[in-house]
Write a new protein. Sequence first.
Length: 214
Amino acid sequence: MGRMIPVLGVVVFMSAMLSSCSGDSSNRSKSPKGWSVCNELFGSSSVDALQGEMGSGVLRVENSLTSVDEIMSSLVGMSRRWEPGSELHYAVSEHPCDLGVEGRSDEFLSYVSWSTYSQQRIKAGEAGIGWQSVGKSILVKREDEGLHLVAVIPCKVEGSHRDQEAQLPLEIETQVRNVSDFDVKVLREMTAHFTRKLVDGLKCKNSPEVPSAI
């Protein structure tokens, strides 16, 4: 499975940028591309809620300068090049929105890639225990008292191998670190928003159902 730290394979980073933000949405809208990606994938109001949960301090964006369109294009291209038995997708992953509080170890981390496990293998126990079904389409593992979520969801990309939906699902992770009394509902809602944006952006032909919270 792709994990947050360390990350399996090569994380696709262009030059990392640190930028500061005093906290409100209007300031973020004027910040570099990284803030735009966070707002688009997770929702600016959800990022507001996240900052409220992380407390005082300057929230900074630490993700790469990869745009949402570039992230989607990379994922689509990889799915179309995949064939059963191929391990090429193991080396491609994205951290589209990582946030931290300046001067502290508080962090919000996100990750997306094509999974190293099919849902069938996960259900067979090959990816560890603790997985739960959410709705009809999603398998979720919640760790660290709900502050670390891993979700695996089938997404059939047009033009990909006929076995791609079953054998190469999408995997996403979100995680909050070093924040006491964090409301896990905020993280679950952000994860669901992230999943919907990916499903829409990748134009998943199987139309997976994503609930309001994961």
